[in-house]
Design a protein around this ligand. Structure first.
Ligand SMILES: NC(=O)c1ccc[n+]([C@@H]2O[C@H](COP(=O)([O-])OP(=O)(O)OC[C@H]3O[C@@H](n4cnc5c(N)ncnc54)[C@H](OP(=O)(O)O)[C@@H]3O)[C@@H](O)[C@H]2O)c1
Length: 308
């Protein structure tokens, strides 16, 4: 098994490991052993969020594994996300002050002095978006977060930041996989030098989030599309001698994105970081490019600005 990590430059002086461990839908009580397992398997990048309710468990896992494996804080890249509040769901949008307080609360739960990347989880509150972003800019200047970014933002949301004369995000975390390739947004982010972090890379698997209650906007037809023996990813997996999940994750890596596979299985955790011992050839990359179906499905309505 080949688990050597690759990095890309998030900013001039911050390197981000390209494979991170995703923790959405991992309950707080399971987060410690699974994060520990991930770090022991070679992951050096962990992705969590205020909204996942598992920052305490994630922090305990980082602490336990770092001691066991003998790595320092600087060797682990930790991302967490601000829950911005969504008026449409009856929530109060966070202000400048409550954004600063939210980061402090996340750091306390994680038992860390700083995070490597702090993201605004989604562009919900129209009136407070810039206020929240200004707070992230100040937190970065204070050294409480090394890099700052956004998630689920489109070009208009990012242009709003530019028009306000504020620094642009270092990264945008978005749903990206062969069925949702977002070429216009990807090209815009690339031109603006905003690093791209792909989430929900495994959507095309017929078994993706198939446990009861793990809601998404994925349709029965989409599940059926991935199930047959001649599904294109099954055929590619066979050709390269890897799993379908590895093909989907490797596609993200070859596109230049960081990827964040989540798994609750030790075997899959190990498999999902083993992405550097094979390469998808040009013909298969071109075939995948033709599979784009448009918008993503990870949020239950399929549209993060209206998601449930
Ligand atoms: N910013 C955002 O709005 C946002 C939204 C969604 C996700 N994210 C981040 O991105 C991470 C990844 O996205 P995700 O959790 O939606 O989904 P994902 O990592 O694309 O897929 C997870 C699903 O695939 C299964 N799986 C994992 N490895 C597998 C393998 N090798 N073979 C077969 N099945 C496998 C998992 O089941 P098992 O657990 O049973 O293995 C689970 O059902 C999240 O955990 C989170 O950190 C961010």
């Amino acid at each position: 098994m080949q688990t050597r990590q690759k990095y890309f430059n998030l900013t001039n002086n911050i390197k981000m490991p390209m494979v991170g461990f995703g923790t959405y839908l991992i309950p707080n009580e399971d987060a410690q052993p699974l994060v520990e397992q991930a770090i022991r398997s070679g992951y050096r990048h962990i992705d969590t969020a205020e909204a996942y309710g598992n920052e305490e468990g994630v922090g305990l896992g980082i602490k336990a594994a770092s001691a066991a494996v003998g790595i320092s804080r600087e060797e682990i890249f930790v991302t967490t996300k601000l829950w911005p509040g969504n008026e449409a769901w009856g929530q109060t949008p966070k202000t400048y002050e409550s954004t600063i307080a939210a980061l402090q609360a996340s750091l306390a739960k994680l038992q860390l002095d700083y995070v490597d990347l702090y993201l605004i989880h989604a562009p919900f509150p129209q009136t407070q978006r810039l206020e929240q972003w200004s707070a992230l800019v100040d937190l970065q200047q204070q050294g409480k977060v090394r890099a700052i970014g956004v998630s689920n933002f489109n070009q208009t949301h990012i242009e709003e930041i530019k028009t306000a004369g504020l620094p642009l995000p270092n990264a945008n975390q978005i749903e990206l996989h062969p069925w949702s390739q977002k070429p216009a947004l990807v090209s815009y982010l690339t031109k603006k030098d905003i690093s791209i972090i792909a989430y929900s890379s495994l959507v095309p698997l017929s078994t993706w989030r198939d446990v009861e209650g793990q809601g998404s906007a994925k349709t029965a037809q989409m599940k059926a599309d991935g199930a047959g023996a001649d599904s294109p990813f099954k055929l590619m997996a066979k050709k390269y001698g890897v799993s379908e999940a590895q093909v989907l994750l490797r596609w993200g890596i070859q596109k230049g994105y960081a990827v964040l596979p989540k798994s609750a299985s030790a075997e899959r955790i190990r498999q999902n970081i083993d992405l550097f011992s094979f390469e998808i050839d040009d013909a298969d990359m071109a075939a995948i490019e033709a599979m784009d179906r448009g918008e993503g499905v990870a949020w239950s309505s399929g549209d993060p600005t209206k998601a449930g």
